[in-house]
Design a protein around this ligand. Structure first.
Ligand SMILES: [Zn+2]
Length: 453
Protein backbone atom coordinates (compact mmCIF):
# COMPACT_ATOMS: atom_id res chain seq x y z
CA UNK A 1 0.00 0.00 0.00
CA UNK A 2 1.31 3.44 -0.81
CA UNK A 3 1.58 5.34 2.46
CA UNK A 4 3.04 8.46 4.01
CA UNK A 5 6.55 8.31 5.44
CA UNK A 6 6.90 8.00 9.19
CA UNK A 7 8.49 11.24 10.40
CA UNK A 8 11.59 11.30 12.64
CA UNK A 9 10.77 10.55 16.30
CA UNK A 10 7.06 10.15 15.46
CA UNK A 11 4.77 7.91 17.51
CA UNK A 12 2.68 5.22 15.79
CA UNK A 13 -0.39 6.94 17.20
CA UNK A 14 0.65 10.19 15.52
CA UNK A 15 1.14 8.43 12.20
CA UNK A 16 -2.39 7.03 12.39
CA UNK A 17 -3.73 10.48 13.21
CA UNK A 18 -2.04 11.87 10.11
CA UNK A 19 -3.29 9.04 7.90
CA UNK A 20 -6.79 9.80 9.05
CA UNK A 21 -6.48 13.53 8.43
CA UNK A 22 -4.99 13.11 4.97
CA UNK A 23 -7.37 10.43 3.77
CA UNK A 24 -10.33 12.43 5.04
CA UNK A 25 -12.58 9.53 4.16
CA UNK A 26 -12.67 7.19 7.13
CA UNK A 27 -13.20 7.59 10.85
CA UNK A 28 -10.73 6.40 13.48
CA UNK A 29 -12.49 3.08 14.04
CA UNK A 30 -12.30 2.03 10.43
CA UNK A 31 -8.78 3.46 10.19
CA UNK A 32 -7.69 1.10 12.93
CA UNK A 33 -9.45 -1.79 11.16
CA UNK A 34 -7.63 -0.98 7.95
CA UNK A 35 -4.12 -0.63 9.42
CA UNK A 36 -4.25 -2.91 12.46
CA UNK A 37 -7.01 -5.37 11.59
CA UNK A 38 -8.70 -4.25 14.80
CA UNK A 39 -11.88 -2.22 15.02
CA UNK A 40 -11.50 0.77 17.38
CA UNK A 41 -8.05 -0.16 18.69
CA UNK A 42 -6.82 1.78 21.70
CA UNK A 43 -3.32 3.09 20.98
CA UNK A 44 -0.85 4.28 23.59
CA UNK A 45 1.65 6.98 22.50
CA UNK A 46 4.56 5.15 24.11
CA UNK A 47 3.81 1.60 22.99
CA UNK A 48 1.56 0.03 20.38
CA UNK A 49 0.13 -3.39 19.54
CA UNK A 50 -0.58 -5.36 16.34
CA UNK A 51 2.59 -4.00 14.77
CA UNK A 52 3.15 -7.17 12.70
CA UNK A 53 -0.02 -6.53 10.69
CA UNK A 54 0.75 -2.81 10.53
CA UNK A 55 4.24 -3.60 9.24
CA UNK A 56 2.85 -5.85 6.52
CA UNK A 57 0.43 -3.11 5.44
CA UNK A 58 3.01 -0.32 5.41
CA UNK A 59 6.29 -2.10 4.60
CA UNK A 60 7.98 -0.44 7.58
CA UNK A 61 10.28 -3.10 9.12
CA UNK A 62 9.07 -4.35 12.51
CA UNK A 63 12.38 -3.64 14.25
CA UNK A 64 12.34 -0.05 13.02
CA UNK A 65 8.82 0.42 14.37
CA UNK A 66 9.69 -1.06 17.78
CA UNK A 67 13.01 0.73 18.25
CA UNK A 68 12.48 4.10 16.63
CA UNK A 69 8.78 4.76 17.08
CA UNK A 70 7.88 3.17 20.43
CA UNK A 71 9.54 2.91 23.85
CA UNK A 72 9.92 -0.84 23.49
CA UNK A 73 13.68 -0.68 24.34
CA UNK A 74 13.02 1.05 27.65
CA UNK A 75 10.02 -1.08 28.63
CA UNK A 76 11.90 -4.27 27.77
CA UNK A 77 14.45 -3.35 30.48
CA UNK A 78 11.96 -3.01 33.27
CA UNK A 79 9.74 -6.08 32.92
CA UNK A 80 10.99 -9.60 33.44
CA UNK A 81 9.54 -10.95 30.20
CA UNK A 82 10.78 -8.80 27.31
CA UNK A 83 10.03 -11.56 24.78
CA UNK A 84 6.39 -11.69 25.81
CA UNK A 85 6.16 -7.92 25.67
CA UNK A 86 7.50 -7.98 22.13
CA UNK A 87 5.02 -10.67 21.14
CA UNK A 88 2.10 -8.63 22.49
CA UNK A 89 3.34 -5.55 20.67
CA UNK A 90 3.52 -7.51 17.44
CA UNK A 91 0.30 -9.49 17.56
CA UNK A 92 -1.74 -8.44 20.60
CA UNK A 93 -4.05 -8.89 22.37
CA UNK A 94 -3.76 -5.35 23.64
CA UNK A 95 -5.24 -6.08 27.07
CA UNK A 96 -2.04 -8.02 27.84
CA UNK A 97 0.12 -4.94 27.25
CA UNK A 98 -0.50 -3.56 30.72
CA UNK A 99 0.62 -6.83 32.19
CA UNK A 100 3.95 -7.17 30.42
CA UNK A 101 4.85 -3.50 30.21
CA UNK A 102 3.66 -2.59 33.72
CA UNK A 103 2.08 0.54 32.29
CA UNK A 104 -1.26 0.38 34.05
CA UNK A 105 -0.13 1.93 37.33
CA UNK A 106 -2.70 4.33 38.64
CA UNK A 107 -0.11 6.22 40.71
CA UNK A 108 1.63 7.41 37.56
CA UNK A 109 -1.48 8.54 35.71
CA UNK A 110 -0.83 12.22 36.36
CA UNK A 111 2.57 11.87 34.68
CA UNK A 112 1.32 9.98 31.62
CA UNK A 113 -0.31 12.70 29.55
CA UNK A 114 0.06 13.30 25.82
CA UNK A 115 2.60 16.10 25.45
CA UNK A 116 3.84 18.54 22.84
CA UNK A 117 6.40 21.36 22.58
CA UNK A 118 5.33 24.72 21.17
CA UNK A 119 8.67 25.30 19.44
CA UNK A 120 8.58 21.83 17.88
CA UNK A 121 5.09 22.58 16.53
CA UNK A 122 6.41 25.65 14.74
CA UNK A 123 9.55 23.87 13.53
CA UNK A 124 7.66 20.80 12.27
CA UNK A 125 5.10 22.86 10.39
CA UNK A 126 7.95 24.74 8.75
CA UNK A 127 9.81 21.58 7.79
CA UNK A 128 7.09 18.97 7.19
CA UNK A 129 3.94 21.04 6.82
CA UNK A 130 2.33 19.40 9.85
CA UNK A 131 2.79 19.34 13.63
CA UNK A 132 2.97 15.77 14.97
CA UNK A 133 3.48 13.86 18.23
CA UNK A 134 7.12 13.24 19.15
CA UNK A 135 8.04 9.99 20.85
CA UNK A 136 10.77 11.75 22.84
CA UNK A 137 8.14 13.92 24.57
CA UNK A 138 5.84 11.09 25.59
CA UNK A 139 7.66 8.98 28.17
CA UNK A 140 6.07 9.03 31.61
CA UNK A 141 7.58 11.84 33.67
CA UNK A 142 9.33 13.63 30.81
CA UNK A 143 8.37 17.29 31.09
CA UNK A 144 10.77 19.09 28.78
CA UNK A 145 11.70 19.09 25.10
CA UNK A 146 15.26 17.83 24.65
CA UNK A 147 15.76 20.02 21.58
CA UNK A 148 14.37 23.33 22.84
CA UNK A 149 14.71 22.83 26.63
CA UNK A 150 11.18 24.14 27.04
CA UNK A 151 8.35 22.90 29.22
CA UNK A 152 5.99 20.56 27.38
CA UNK A 153 2.25 21.21 27.24
CA UNK A 154 0.11 18.33 28.56
CA UNK A 155 -3.24 17.15 27.22
CA UNK A 156 -5.37 14.21 28.36
CA UNK A 157 -4.72 11.17 26.14
CA UNK A 158 -7.45 10.10 23.73
CA UNK A 159 -6.24 6.65 22.80
CA UNK A 160 -9.18 5.63 20.61
CA UNK A 161 -9.71 8.90 18.75
CA UNK A 162 -6.47 9.48 16.88
CA UNK A 163 -5.92 13.22 16.79
CA UNK A 164 -2.90 15.45 16.12
CA UNK A 165 -1.54 18.12 18.48
CA UNK A 166 -2.82 21.68 17.83
CA UNK A 167 -1.58 23.04 14.51
CA UNK A 168 -1.89 26.69 15.51
CA UNK A 169 -0.55 28.09 18.76
CA UNK A 170 -1.00 31.41 20.48
CA UNK A 171 1.02 31.15 23.69
CA UNK A 172 4.80 31.13 24.07
CA UNK A 173 7.30 28.69 25.58
CA UNK A 174 8.39 28.53 29.19
CA UNK A 175 11.89 27.26 30.02
CA UNK A 176 12.23 23.92 31.82
CA UNK A 177 14.20 23.63 35.08
CA UNK A 178 17.71 22.15 35.12
CA UNK A 179 16.47 19.05 36.90
CA UNK A 180 13.72 18.49 34.32
CA UNK A 181 16.22 18.86 31.49
CA UNK A 182 18.68 16.43 33.11
CA UNK A 183 15.91 13.90 33.61
CA UNK A 184 14.75 14.10 29.99
CA UNK A 185 18.23 13.50 28.57
CA UNK A 186 18.78 10.73 31.10
CA UNK A 187 15.64 8.85 30.01
CA UNK A 188 16.37 9.28 26.32
CA UNK A 189 19.95 8.09 26.77
CA UNK A 190 18.87 4.96 28.62
CA UNK A 191 16.27 4.24 25.93
CA UNK A 192 18.92 4.65 23.24
CA UNK A 193 21.39 2.37 25.03
CA UNK A 194 18.67 -0.21 25.70
CA UNK A 195 18.53 -0.89 21.97
CA UNK A 196 21.87 -2.66 22.18
CA UNK A 197 22.49 -3.36 25.87
CA UNK A 198 20.89 -5.36 28.65
CA UNK A 199 19.69 -4.15 32.02
CA UNK A 200 22.88 -5.33 33.74
CA UNK A 201 25.15 -3.57 31.29
CA UNK A 202 23.20 -0.38 31.85
CA UNK A 203 24.18 -0.38 35.54
CA UNK A 204 20.63 -1.00 36.63
CA UNK A 205 21.29 -4.32 38.36
CA UNK A 206 21.50 -5.06 42.05
CA UNK A 207 25.28 -4.92 42.49
CA UNK A 208 25.60 -1.62 40.75
CA UNK A 209 22.74 -0.08 42.65
CA UNK A 210 24.28 -1.25 45.92
CA UNK A 211 27.60 0.30 44.98
CA UNK A 212 25.85 3.56 44.20
CA UNK A 213 23.90 3.48 47.47
CA UNK A 214 27.20 3.05 49.29
CA UNK A 215 28.92 5.77 47.29
CA UNK A 216 26.18 8.20 48.27
CA UNK A 217 26.64 7.44 51.95
CA UNK A 218 23.48 5.45 52.71
CA UNK A 219 25.24 2.21 53.58
CA UNK A 220 27.57 1.49 56.44
CA UNK A 221 28.92 -2.05 56.87
CA UNK A 222 26.20 -3.93 55.06
CA UNK A 223 23.08 -2.22 56.29
CA UNK A 224 21.31 0.51 54.40
CA UNK A 225 19.82 3.48 56.25
CA UNK A 226 16.56 2.98 54.43
CA UNK A 227 14.63 5.94 55.89
CA UNK A 228 17.30 8.44 54.89
CA UNK A 229 17.63 6.88 51.46
CA UNK A 230 13.89 6.94 50.79
CA UNK A 231 13.55 10.50 52.01
CA UNK A 232 16.47 11.69 49.91
CA UNK A 233 15.09 9.98 46.80
CA UNK A 234 11.61 11.37 47.52
CA UNK A 235 13.09 14.82 47.87
CA UNK A 236 14.43 14.71 44.30
CA UNK A 237 11.21 13.13 43.02
CA UNK A 238 9.06 15.81 44.60
CA UNK A 239 11.29 18.54 43.21
CA UNK A 240 10.84 16.97 39.81
CA UNK A 241 7.13 16.05 39.84
CA UNK A 242 5.59 17.87 42.86
CA UNK A 243 4.57 14.39 43.81
CA UNK A 244 6.18 11.29 45.23
CA UNK A 245 6.45 8.08 43.23
CA UNK A 246 8.27 5.69 45.56
CA UNK A 247 7.04 3.63 48.45
CA UNK A 248 9.37 1.87 50.85
CA UNK A 249 8.22 -1.44 49.36
CA UNK A 250 9.35 -0.46 45.85
CA UNK A 251 12.70 0.93 47.00
CA UNK A 252 13.48 -2.23 48.97
CA UNK A 253 12.63 -4.39 45.97
CA UNK A 254 14.67 -2.27 43.59
CA UNK A 255 17.70 -2.72 45.80
CA UNK A 256 17.24 -6.35 46.73
CA UNK A 257 15.74 -8.09 43.71
CA UNK A 258 17.96 -8.15 40.63
CA UNK A 259 15.08 -8.43 38.16
CA UNK A 260 12.31 -6.71 40.04
CA UNK A 261 9.64 -5.90 37.47
CA UNK A 262 8.16 -2.42 37.72
CA UNK A 263 7.26 0.54 35.57
CA UNK A 264 10.49 1.65 33.83
CA UNK A 265 10.00 5.15 35.22
CA UNK A 266 10.66 3.82 38.72
CA UNK A 267 13.73 1.89 37.67
CA UNK A 268 15.24 4.87 35.88
CA UNK A 269 14.12 7.53 38.32
CA UNK A 270 15.61 5.64 41.25
CA UNK A 271 19.03 5.58 39.66
CA UNK A 272 18.69 9.13 38.35
CA UNK A 273 17.78 10.47 41.80
CA UNK A 274 20.68 8.62 43.42
CA UNK A 275 23.08 10.08 40.90
CA UNK A 276 21.82 13.60 41.63
CA UNK A 277 22.84 13.29 45.27
CA UNK A 278 26.36 14.29 46.28
CA UNK A 279 28.89 11.50 46.89
CA UNK A 280 29.72 10.79 50.50
CA UNK A 281 33.25 12.00 49.76
CA UNK A 282 31.91 15.24 48.33
CA UNK A 283 29.51 15.62 51.24
CA UNK A 284 32.45 15.61 53.61
CA UNK A 285 34.51 18.05 51.63
CA UNK A 286 31.69 20.15 50.39
CA UNK A 287 32.83 23.70 49.97
CA UNK A 288 29.50 24.91 51.32
CA UNK A 289 29.97 23.15 54.63
CA UNK A 290 33.51 24.09 55.56
CA UNK A 291 33.49 25.44 59.09
CA UNK A 292 34.39 29.08 59.18
CA UNK A 293 36.11 30.84 62.07
CA UNK A 294 32.83 31.91 63.64
CA UNK A 295 31.69 28.28 63.74
CA UNK A 296 34.92 27.15 65.35
CA UNK A 297 34.57 29.76 68.05
CA UNK A 298 31.01 28.66 68.72
CA UNK A 299 32.08 25.03 68.89
CA UNK A 300 34.70 25.91 71.51
CA UNK A 301 32.17 27.81 73.64
CA UNK A 302 29.68 25.00 73.41
CA UNK A 303 32.26 22.37 74.39
CA UNK A 304 33.30 24.39 77.43
CA UNK A 305 29.71 24.59 78.64
CA UNK A 306 29.16 20.90 77.95
CA UNK A 307 32.25 19.86 79.84
CA UNK A 308 31.24 22.11 82.71
CA UNK A 309 28.24 19.81 83.06
CA UNK A 310 26.14 22.36 84.94
CA UNK A 311 23.69 23.43 82.30
CA UNK A 312 21.14 21.38 80.40
CA UNK A 313 21.23 21.31 76.62
CA UNK A 314 18.35 23.71 76.16
CA UNK A 315 20.14 26.30 78.24
CA UNK A 316 23.45 25.78 76.43
CA UNK A 317 21.69 26.13 73.09
CA UNK A 318 20.07 29.36 74.28
CA UNK A 319 23.32 30.86 75.55
CA UNK A 320 25.35 30.35 72.43
CA UNK A 321 22.29 30.75 70.19
CA UNK A 322 22.44 27.49 68.30
CA UNK A 323 20.01 24.59 67.94
CA UNK A 324 19.70 21.84 70.52
CA UNK A 325 20.51 19.40 67.74
CA UNK A 326 23.88 21.08 67.39
CA UNK A 327 24.60 20.69 71.10
CA UNK A 328 23.60 17.03 71.01
CA UNK A 329 25.77 16.38 68.01
CA UNK A 330 28.77 17.88 69.71
CA UNK A 331 28.05 15.99 72.93
CA UNK A 332 27.90 12.73 71.00
CA UNK A 333 31.08 13.54 69.16
CA UNK A 334 32.89 14.16 72.44
CA UNK A 335 31.27 11.23 74.21
CA UNK A 336 29.56 13.43 76.75
CA UNK A 337 26.62 11.57 78.24
CA UNK A 338 23.19 13.16 78.04
CA UNK A 339 19.65 12.31 79.01
CA UNK A 340 17.37 11.05 76.29
CA UNK A 341 14.29 13.15 75.71
CA UNK A 342 11.38 12.74 78.06
CA UNK A 343 8.42 13.75 75.89
CA UNK A 344 6.85 10.56 74.57
CA UNK A 345 6.94 10.34 70.79
CA UNK A 346 5.63 7.24 69.08
CA UNK A 347 7.82 5.35 66.62
CA UNK A 348 5.50 6.33 63.77
CA UNK A 349 5.68 10.01 64.60
CA UNK A 350 9.43 9.83 64.96
CA UNK A 351 9.71 8.16 61.57
CA UNK A 352 7.55 10.87 59.99
CA UNK A 353 9.59 13.61 61.65
CA UNK A 354 12.79 12.00 60.44
CA UNK A 355 11.51 11.81 56.87
CA UNK A 356 10.55 15.46 56.92
CA UNK A 357 13.89 16.45 58.39
CA UNK A 358 15.68 14.65 55.59
CA UNK A 359 13.44 16.36 53.07
CA UNK A 360 14.56 19.70 54.47
CA UNK A 361 11.30 20.93 56.04
CA UNK A 362 11.74 23.68 58.64
CA UNK A 363 11.99 22.47 62.24
CA UNK A 364 9.29 24.74 63.64
CA UNK A 365 6.85 23.75 60.89
CA UNK A 366 7.45 20.06 61.62
CA UNK A 367 7.02 20.64 65.36
CA UNK A 368 3.74 22.50 64.87
CA UNK A 369 2.26 19.97 62.49
CA UNK A 370 3.37 16.92 64.44
CA UNK A 371 2.37 18.58 67.73
CA UNK A 372 5.71 18.12 69.44
CA UNK A 373 8.16 20.70 70.75
CA UNK A 374 10.81 22.23 68.53
CA UNK A 375 13.49 20.86 70.81
CA UNK A 376 12.18 17.31 70.32
CA UNK A 377 12.54 17.76 66.59
CA UNK A 378 16.04 19.11 67.07
CA UNK A 379 16.92 16.17 69.26
CA UNK A 380 15.83 13.70 66.59
CA UNK A 381 17.89 15.66 64.12
CA UNK A 382 20.95 15.57 66.34
CA UNK A 383 20.66 11.85 66.95
CA UNK A 384 21.04 10.91 63.29
CA UNK A 385 24.43 10.75 61.72
CA UNK A 386 25.15 13.61 59.32
CA UNK A 387 21.51 14.67 59.15
CA UNK A 388 22.14 18.29 60.03
CA UNK A 389 24.95 18.49 57.45
CA UNK A 390 22.55 17.08 54.92
CA UNK A 391 19.99 19.77 55.80
CA UNK A 392 22.61 22.48 55.50
CA UNK A 393 23.50 21.11 52.13
CA UNK A 394 19.84 21.20 51.01
CA UNK A 395 19.50 24.79 52.17
CA UNK A 396 22.66 25.72 50.31
CA UNK A 397 21.30 24.06 47.18
CA UNK A 398 18.08 26.05 47.49
CA UNK A 399 20.03 29.25 47.89
CA UNK A 400 22.24 28.40 44.95
CA UNK A 401 19.21 27.82 42.69
CA UNK A 402 17.68 31.11 43.84
CA UNK A 403 20.85 33.10 43.13
CA UNK A 404 21.43 31.36 39.81
CA UNK A 405 17.94 32.31 38.65
CA UNK A 406 18.47 35.87 39.87
CA UNK A 407 21.85 36.14 38.12
CA UNK A 408 20.43 34.73 34.89
CA UNK A 409 17.75 37.40 34.73
CA UNK A 410 20.23 40.11 35.76
CA UNK A 411 22.53 39.11 32.90
CA UNK A 412 19.65 39.08 30.46
CA UNK A 413 18.56 42.54 31.56
CA UNK A 414 22.06 44.05 31.54
CA UNK A 415 23.60 42.26 28.63
CA UNK A 416 26.03 45.12 27.93
CA UNK A 417 27.29 45.61 31.48
CA UNK A 418 30.76 44.57 32.61
CA UNK A 419 31.49 42.17 35.46
CA UNK A 420 32.37 45.05 37.77
CA UNK A 421 29.11 46.85 37.04
CA UNK A 422 27.09 43.73 37.73
CA UNK A 423 28.95 43.22 40.98
CA UNK A 424 28.16 46.80 42.08
CA UNK A 425 24.49 46.54 41.15
CA UNK A 426 23.84 43.11 42.73
CA UNK A 427 26.48 42.66 45.43
CA UNK A 428 24.73 39.99 47.54
CA UNK A 429 23.90 37.70 44.66
CA UNK A 430 27.27 38.22 43.01
CA UNK A 431 29.29 37.60 46.16
CA UNK A 432 27.39 34.48 47.15
CA UNK A 433 27.91 32.92 43.74
CA UNK A 434 31.51 34.10 43.69
CA UNK A 435 32.16 32.38 46.98
CA UNK A 436 30.27 29.12 46.56
CA UNK A 437 29.49 28.65 42.89
CA UNK A 438 32.51 30.19 41.18
CA UNK A 439 32.66 27.93 38.16
CA UNK A 440 29.05 28.49 37.23
CA UNK A 441 29.35 32.25 37.74
CA UNK A 442 32.40 32.61 35.49
CA UNK A 443 30.77 30.48 32.86
CA UNK A 444 27.81 32.86 32.69
CA UNK A 445 29.37 36.29 33.27
CA UNK A 446 30.44 38.41 30.29
CA UNK A 447 34.13 37.86 29.48
CA UNK A 448 36.54 39.73 31.76
CA UNK A 449 37.80 42.92 30.19
CA UNK A 450 41.49 43.76 30.50
CA UNK A 451 41.88 47.45 29.89
CA UNK A 452 45.33 48.97 29.41
CA UNK A 453 46.26 51.98 31.54
ZN1 LIG B 1 10.77 21.25 21.08
Amino acid sequence: MNVLPLLPDETIYSFLARLRVYSGSYNHRSASLLWFEQYGLSLDQKLATHLAYFSAQTNFPVEQLLNEHTYYPLFSLAGHEPKKLKKVMLTGPSYRLGNYAKISQSGLKALSKDKYCLSCIEADKEKYGVAYWHLSHQFTGIQSCHIHNTLLICTPPSSRVYSLPPQAISSSDAPASDLQRFFTSYVLEVNESAKSQKRNDLLLDKNNLNALVRQKGFMSNDSISMQCLIAAISNITVRLFNNDVFTEHVVRNLIRKPYYACHPLKLILFRFALEQLPDIAAQEHLQLLKPIDKDKKREKQCLLLLQGGELNFTEIARRISCSIGYVIKLAKQENIAYLKRTQFISADTEKRILMRLVKGDARDVIAREEQVSVSSVEKICGEHYQLSEWRQYLRALGKRDKYRIEMRSVLKKHSFSTRAEIKTMYPACYMWLYKYDTQWLYLHLPPASYRSK
